[in-house]
Design a protein around this ligand. Structure first.
Ligand SMILES: *[C@@H]1O[C@H](CO)[C@@H](O)[C@H](O)[C@H]1NC(C)=O
Ligand SMILES: *[C@@H]1O[C@H](CO)[C@@H](O)[C@H](O)[C@H]1NC(C)=O
Length: 426
């Protein structure tokens, strides 16, 4: 990284790398929160515009231009120097078909790192950051039958505002607390159950230790909680616990220890299909509170994003399945099951190798559980992470999250309330 030569192009490269290093060490999260100037009406044209550019072939690798002789003798300090490479910011986009997206009524509030559970024709949308300094403490409901928002109600005041774990049995929603408060505060051990028919909340036994954005799912009558980050928000936890539940009641007083997950960390999709439990994607590491900051100000730390897919079945041993088409994180509520496939909307992938900027994903991907094959279903209106997703009558819906800066810049910018849908055909 400290390589240098007397050539102009190289100097520029080294500068970029040095900046990247600094950014990697501690980039203040506020950068990612800057307000956006995109008007919502521009979205559809963006959707059709960015498609041709997003192809692996957009990786631009110009050869180092040899210095002109009149600039003096070259300083050769490293004869094995690699030629300069300029990697397009959009290098991670995967080719895929266009989808026709229809813009629906926007959610009452923008949300980042919120949570969502679909029960029949209703999408319950919980919590989330409105801005880095403001978090929501209520639920909004989207009705897929008449495509309207309504039914707002409050969350318990002890309930976390982001990075929650959630699962449902079709009436009750079981909730594992994530991060309590704005910026980069830590998680708590609280758990809750919501009866969606009465809108009543109850406590459940607390987790043995706090977890931040753990994989959470209801499987064989037990709520399973695994992975996530530990109290400092960054260190991956491998622990896996479960609790027997029935009709909104815990049947046990404490969580049972289960087989640890092979890789810990937050922001994964956790899905039960056909009596098997899948844990998909996610990352190790996350933003942390700046030491000593009274507001727990977020500062960026190293993150590694994964494409891993793990499965538990009868044997209760983790099995490794074919990996995702690329690493994908921030997808805990970004999936639905359709026709024995898991469909995942957006997310984040590995940071840009040169600029170190966070890179968002702009695809809808499919994991076919008959063939265990991944494919790209199509493109989103823009790249976006922490989407909240539902499916109704063959329509795939997504709302919320944080979108990209624009077609040529996949770094995160505006926190959105938008709701979109597209007709799925798998
Ligand atoms: C959803 O919309 C349908 C059609 O307007 C309506 O009949 C139904 O009561 C709504 N559900 C809720 C929970 O509001
Ligand atoms: C799911 O499968 C059924 C039966 O093959 C088909 O009619 C339907 O269109 C499929 N749904 C999607 C979203 O592709």
């Amino acid at each position: 990284m400290g390589r240098s030569s007397g050539k102009q192009t190289s100097t520029k490269f080294v500068l970029i790398l040095s900046c990247g290093g600094l950014l990697g060490a501690a980039l203040i999260a506020d950068l990612l929160w800057a307000s956006s100037s995109y008007s919502s009406s521009a979205y559809m044209s963006i959707a059709s515009n960015w498609a041709p550019q997003i192809h692996q072939s957009t990786i631009i690798v110009p050869k180092k231009v040899d210095k002109k002789p009149q600039e003096g003798p070259a300083v050769k300090d490293n004869k094995d120097a690699i030629p300069d490479r300029v990697l397009s910011a959009t290098f991670a986009d995967l080719p895929g078909p266009e989808l026709q997206w229809e813009k629906m009524a926007a959610a009452p509030v923008p949300r980042l790192d919120g949570a969502a559970i679909q029960i029949k024709n209703l999408l319950y949308v919980f919590a989330g950051y409105g801005t880095i300094d403001y978090v929501h403490s209520h639920v909004d409901i989207y009705n897929f039958t008449d495509n309207t928002w309504g039914g707002r109600f409050d969350m318990p005041k002890e309930m976390a505002h982001s990075h929650l774990g959630m699962a449902t049995d079709g009436r009750y929603i079981y909730i594992v607390n994530g991060q309590y408060g704005p910026q980069c505060r830590g998680p708590t051990t609280h758990t809750f159950v919501l009866d969606t028919e009465t809108k009543k909340w109850q406590d459940m036994p607390p987790l043995p230790v706090p977890r931040y954005a753990p994989a959470t799912q209801l499987w064989r009558g037990r709520v399973h909680v695994m992975g996530g980050s530990k109290e400092n928000r960054h260190t991956p936890g491998l622990e896996h616990w479960s609790l027997a539940v029935k009709n909104g009641k815990a049947l046990e007083n404490e969580w049972r220890t289960e087989i640890p997950i092979p890789r810990g960390g937050p922001h994964r999709a956790c899905v039960v299909v056909d009596d098997r439990l899948f844990v998909i994607g996610g990352q190790e590491g996350d933003f942390m509170a700046k030491p000593g900051s009274p507001i727990f100000k977020c500062s960026r730390r190293n993150e590694v994003v994964y494409s891993d897919v793990y499965m538990l079945d009868d044997e209760m041993k983790w099995k490794v399945l074919p990996p995702m088409p690329k690493p994908d994180s921030h997808i805990e509520f970004a999936w639905v099951i359709v026709n024995n496939s898991i469909i995942i909307v957006g997310g984040t992938t590995e940071k840009h190798p040169v600029t170190k900027k966070m890179v968002l994903n702009g695809e809808v991907i499919q994991f076919n559980l008959d063939t265990l094959k991944w494919s790209v279903v199509g493109k989103l209106p823009y790249r976006v992470k922490t989407t909240l997703v539902g499916v109704w009558n063959g329509w795939l819906y997504f709302t919320s999250g944080q979108r990209d800066k624009g077609p040529d810049d996949p770094a995160p910018k505006k926190v959105i309330a938008d709701m979109w849908r597209t007709k799925l055909s798998l």
